[in-house]
Design a protein around this ligand. Structure first.
Ligand code: ADP
Ligand SMILES: Cc1cn([C@H]2C[C@H](O)[C@@H](COP(=O)(O)O)O2)c(=O)[nH]c1=O
Ligand code: ZN
Length: 192
């Protein structure tokens, strides 16, 4: 029986790297994984998943209006799909997480989702909320704060490097905009 996995972390913890390693594992066993990533995250070029250590693969894009269950039925018509890998899964909607549970339960294809747990204000993303609620397996990937503790929060910075305490939940960016830190250093940076 297939299962749904949610690999979650702060930024820069190796989520994309782990996804690309899983894809490679499937391929070297002669199986066919399919990768999806969010259309809005175009940092490394649209339709690509890249890790900061240099690995890269082509990916299907998802928008908030896509029906991922129907899309997977359509794609599996062109050949057997052995695994679905989703990067930036924090950007999935509630409906899309449900559709992915249908891929697992009705099509019997494992779905592995990789994403942030919380935003720069410490609030859950919609996708993460429902993945935490409905996935069969929750796996935390870890990265470290500059102090050596586990970094489970993300600071959004302005151009001068100051922590920002308000704004839209979604703002695409990398090391220039975001820093992963432990909760104590998150509070300190925001003056909490
Ligand atoms: N030039 C580099 N060489 C080796 N490792 C790197 C390099 N740049 C970043 N990394 C490491 O790669 C990891 C980030 O990988 P990535 O998969 O992009 O993370 P995430 O998807 O969680 O943001 C971090 O552990 C980081 O320290
Ligand atoms: C914390 C936070 C992040 N984002 C964006 C920034 C990046 O584009 C992605 C996460 O990328 P990762 O390195 O693959 O983890 O999410 C955002 O929009 N809002 C936030 O609060
Ligand atoms: Zn710290």
């Amino acid at each position: 029986m297939a299962q749904m996995y949610f690999y979650y972390s702060a930024m820069n913890a190796g989520k994309s790297t782990t996804l690309l390693q899983s894809s490679f594992n499937y391929r070297e066993r002669g199986m066919t994984p399919i990768i999806f990533t969010a259309a809005i995250d175009d940092r490394f070029g649209k339709g690509k998943v890249s890790s900061r250590i240099g690995l890269q693969e082509d990916a299907e894009l998802f928008n908030s209006t896509d029906d991922l269950y129907q899309k997977l039925i359509q794609l599996s018509g062109a050949g057997k799909i052995d695994c679905v890998l989703i990067d930036e899964s924090q950007f999935l909607t509630k409906e899309q997480v449900y559709q992915l549970t249908e891929v697992v339960d009705k099509l019997d294809i494992p779905v592995l989702c990789y994403g942030l747990r919380t935003d720069f204000l410490g609030e859950l993303f919609e996708g993460s909320r429902y993945l935490l609620s409905w996935a069969d397996k929750l796996v935390e990937l870890k990265t470290i704060c500059h102090c050596g503790r586990k970094a489970n929060m993300v600071i959004r910075q302005d151009a001068a490097g100051n922590a920002i305490a308000g704004g839209n939940q979604v703002e695409i960016g990398g090391n220039d905009r975001y820093v992963s830190v432990c909760r104590a250093h998150y509070k300190e940076a925001l003056g909490l």
